[in-house]
Write a protein that binds this ligand. Structure first.
Ligand code: SAM
Length: 231
């Protein structure tokens, strides 16, 4: 399967393994991952965030309940919400999540946004688990036609050492552990370049206590809710 599908499947497999109840996808674009995750029975809350409102709205109807969902109500409740906003800003609607995914997001952030990202995601949202994927620039020479970056909207592409030192610094600052993996292997003999997509899986070291309630009181809303469905 194409790499983007492998990335979605990687997240789906993690959801099946760890059974998070509340999952947020940051930089959710056309909501394909959210749509795949709505079929995971363990999930009760799904949220998406993107800075491009139009892209997010394109196929959001897929997130609405189907007639069958009303005809055969299931035991679990599911709420799906889409927010328009930036990962550089904090909003209390992102508190209390078990899993936050950032698939091919960070390389789209301007330097000032990237600088705020760890404090927003690890410090403020502070979910039990965070998954971040980004291109591995060491793989680029194997991709036909790629000169500087894989996509013109990329602000940077990191090699493994760059991504890992950034990730370890963020994890250390906010009490997370991080493990690295990836998707997309190269032909035999070129394995030393690593995976095409590099992935960091971050796990919070300590349970959160009480702080959630406080931040909720003291943080203004920064995102605009553009879609909500309750199953
Ligand atoms: N996660 C999706 C996937 O894997 O198919 C989409 C990845 S797309 C390459 C990057 C997305 O990040 C775009 O939809 C873009 O609008 C969004 N994005 C860029 N900067 C953002 C920001 N500061 N806050 C939230 N989303 C942002």
């Amino acid at each position: 399967p194409p790499l983007y599908k492998q990335r979605y499947q990687f997240i789906k497999d993690l959801v099946i393994k760890y059974k998070p109840k509340k999952v947020a996808d940051l930089g959710c674009a056309d909501c394909t991952l959210l749509w795949m995750l709505k079929f995971c029975k363990c999930i009760e809350v799904l949220a998406g965030l993107d800075i491009r409102e139009n892209v997010m709205k394109e196929k959001m109807h897929r997130l609405s309940p189907l007639p069958a969902d009303y005809l055969q109500p299931s035991e679990r409740s599911l709420t799906v919400t889409l927010h328009h906003g930036s990962v550089a800003h904090k909003d209390p609607c992102m508190l209390g999540f078990d899993l936050v995914t950032c698939i091919e997001l960070i390389e789209h952030l301007e330097a000032a946004e990237l600088e705020k990202f760890p404090e927003v995601v690890f410090g403020f949202m502070a979910p039990a688990m965070v998954v971040i994927s980004t291109p591995n620039s060491e793989f680029n020479p194997l991709l036909p036609g790629v000169t500087l970056f894989r996509h013109s909207d990329h602000k940077f592409e990191w090699d493994r050492a760059q991504f890992q030192s950034w990730a370890v610094a963020a994890a250390t600052s906010y009490d997370y552990t991080v493990e690295f993996t990836g998707l997309g292997t190269s032909p035999p003999g070129t394995e030393d370049v690593g995976f095409c997509t590099q992935i960091g899986v971050f796990v919070r070291k300590y349970p959160k206590n009480g702080e959630t309630v406080n931040s909720e009181k003291h943080t203004e809303h920064a995102y605009k809710t553009v879609f909500k469905a309750v199953y």
